[in-house]
Design a protein. Structure first.
Length: 145
């Protein structure tokens, strides 16, 4: 069963739509937060603010990859969501072990505490969703069959 170009990807329907919406909201929030932090207070905590900016970019790319169809976008979704999970775990752990590294919170500090721990839970849900919604490989039609 093929999907016509006018139809949305299966991943963007139902629960997938909710997942994409949460990613889009987090992308907007993280990007806006980092923009203000970098523009107004960069000298206070450059590492934390740059990490917030990086997380915003990751959330933007993940959102786009979850919406788009095809094997390439599926792989990009996996890469960005895996990077997100690793980032949350590393930054979360570092912020607990050595709080002086982050004089101001980033999106991923303390495992996303400032965002209700959504940055910690979201990549796990995203990975589960991707596992259940792997795109079907395109099989070329064979003439005369």
């Amino acid at each position: 069963m093929s999907t016509s170009p006018a139809q949305p990807a299966k991943r963007s329907l139902g629960v997938g739509r909710l997942l994409i919406a949460v990613y889009a909201i987090l992308a907007l929030g993280a990007t806006a937060r980092s923009f203000v932090q970098i523009a107004e207070h960069f000298d206070r905590a450059p590492v934390a603010y740059l990490l917030s900016g990086l997380s915003g970019v990751v959330y933007i790319v993940a959102t786009i990859a979850l919406v788009k169809r095809g094997q390439i976008w599926y792989r990009i979704a996996w890469i960005t969501i895996t990077f997100e999970l690793v980032g949350v775990l590393v930054v979360g752990t570092l912020s607990l072990v050595d709080a002086e590294l982050f004089p101001s919170d980033s999106v991923w500090s303390y495992f996303g505490r400032g965002y209700g721990f959504i940055p910690l839970v979201l990549p796990i849900l995203g990975m589960l969703w991707l596992l259940r919604n792997k795109p079907q490989p395109v099989v070329p039609a064979v003439a005369g069959v």
